[in-house]
Write a protein that binds this ligand. Sequence first.
Ligand code: FES
Length: 107
Amino acid sequence: MGTLVFAAKVEDVKEGEILPLILQETPIALTRVNGEVRAFGDICTHDDGPLAEGYIEDRCVVCPRHGAKFDLETGKPTFPAVKPIPIYRVVIQGDEVWIEMPEASLL
Ligand code: FES
């Protein structure tokens, strides 16, 4: 069980757009897919590309550097990335988006 951290106002997370944040010194990005807010690690596992500078396509985020696509439900990548990105649990409280940060990232 992690710790809930305030991330953004719900209205600031828009379908098809990517909102980059630093939470607990961790780069995280928010987007909205079919109305649901998603939170994911903002560093490509291929070569550290900034995923928030990429784009959303087919429920995935596409890395702007070499085109790896990461599933926003599972974090699983396509070539050339092989390791998944972290996907964070999102909790909506009123008009606020909160993210569950794993304990390890609080150290
Ligand atoms: S850095 Fe993301 S695909 Fe290469």
